[in-house]
Design a protein around this ligand. Structure first.
Ligand code: GMT
Length: 380
């Protein structure tokens, strides 16, 4: 089967899921074609069966804003025809589902080719940006015309039904992790660099958009530091990084915060953490937390969105209300000051992550592709 995958190539969960899915499918013998404006950042090496097609953006003085959705649709037609794609899988509805629909119509009317389009919803395409009045009708229309829709959590599927009045089935296929790669990798020398006096380590990985509430991680650090020696490692970059760093200075904990910027979230890096913090305002699943859990790191997070579908309160981590810094701090102290409990949560986190292992989840996408292709054959 020849599968086209459209995603954002930048630092972010939807692009990571799309890329890891493409890599896993290629390993299973499918031919995978990524179509986007840059090489996805997790597509870090040459992979057999994987091809990359860059969407070029023509520049013209009249276009004050770049017309990416149109350029993508045009490129999809080209790739679908010349690479003989069987199916197109778009990740993140805006604008990918719309470009996919447009390409599908052009392929059918001009070339007599039917290309089924599957849309996977990831989060803010439904919970935030998609709700903007200028996008809402477009997202709704493109979902109604997708040949199948998947969402990464039950929370997100329900939100989509409710906010977009979608009656059609939405299949829940959760995020996944390669638990062989993302496994505990203790590295005492590296740990020594971040915590030279044996301090505990809290970690947060995100794109620092406001929904992530990254500054809350610094507030939690300040709370915990009043009782325990602890450091905070921040990985990633984005709009609220500056504010997070300023808050650390304001609270007088800046010497205990290390901002690493955009980094590959390697198992070695994640394994440094004693606790992973995810204080999000909104989170449809929490892929970063799953990768940390797979490395045996318990998660202290909010109850936002789909997080409770991943993190088991009192077993693999703890959940608190959004913005409840005091409680998150208390939970950190409870775990860090009780080595037996911390160890049992570490094991719990790893066990839970094993339920989202790549070989368990990727077949759900393969079965969906087969079903959609079968449907298309019946229709034609
Ligand atoms: O913020 C988004 O919605 C975009 C997306 C991304 O590219 O970062 O993140 C979402 O997709 C991930 C992969 O499915 C989920 O694990 C994240 O929870 C989700 N982020 C949010 O819902 C804020």
């Amino acid at each position: 089967m020849r599968i086209g995958i459209v995603c954002y190539p930048t630092y972010g969960g939807s692009g990571v899921v799309a890329t890891e899915l493409g890599k896993a499918l290629a390993q299973r013998g499918y031919q995978v074609h990524f179509i986007t404006y840059a090489v996805p950042w997790r597509l870090d090496a040459f992979h057999d069966n994987i091809f990359f097609h860059e969407v070029e953006l023509p520049n013209y003085p009249l276009f004050e804003f770049q017309l990416y959705s149109l350029a993508l649709a045009g490129k999809l037609v080209d790739v679908a025809r010349y690479e003989r794609l069987d199916i197109l899988h778009v990740h993140y509805a805006i604008p990918h589902a719309v470009s996919g629909y447009l390409a599908q119509r052009m392929l059918l009317e001009h070339h007599g080719i039917f290309l089924p389009v599957i849309t996977t919803l990831h989060g803010t395409d439904i919970t935030l940006v998609g709700l903007e009045p200028s996008f809402h009708p477009v997202v709704r229309f493109s979902l109604e015309h997708s040949d199948a829709i998947t969402a990464v959590s039950s929370f997100l599927a329900e939100k989509t039904r409710h906010q977009f009045r979608i009656q059609r089935p939405i299949e829940v296929i959760p995020n996944f992790v390669d638990t062989r790669t993302f496994a505990p990798h203790p590295n005492p020398e590296l740990r020594q660099q971040f915590a030279p006096n044996g301090e505990f380590i809290l970690m947060h990985v995100s794109n620092f958009r406001s929904v992530k509430r990254a500054p809350d991680t610094v507030r939690v650090l300040a709370e915990v530091r009043s009782l325990l020696p602890v450091k905070l490692i921040l990985v990633g970059d984005g709009p609220e990084r500056g504010e997070t760093e300023r808050l650390a200075r304001h609270l007088g904990v800046d010497e205990h915060v290390r901002c690493l910027g955009k980094q590959p979230t390697t198992p070695e890096l994640l394994s440094l953490a004693d606790i992973f913090l995810l204080p999000s305002q909104s989170e449809s699943f929490g892929l970063a937390a799953l990768e940390a859990m797979s490395c045996g790191v318990p998660v202290i997070a909010t109850t936002a969105g789909g997080i409770p579908e991943l993190v088991r309160h009192g077993e693999t981590g703890f959940l608190a209300e959004i913005g409840d810094i005091e409680r998150m701090g208390r939970y950190c102290i409870e775990l860090l000051s009780n080595p037996k409990k911390l160890q049992s949560f570490r094991e719990g986190a790893r066990q839970r992550a094993l339920e989202f292992d790549t070989p368990l989840i990727v077949p759900l996408y393969e079965q969906l592709y087969q079903r959609v292709l079968e449907q298309a054959r019946v229709m034609l």
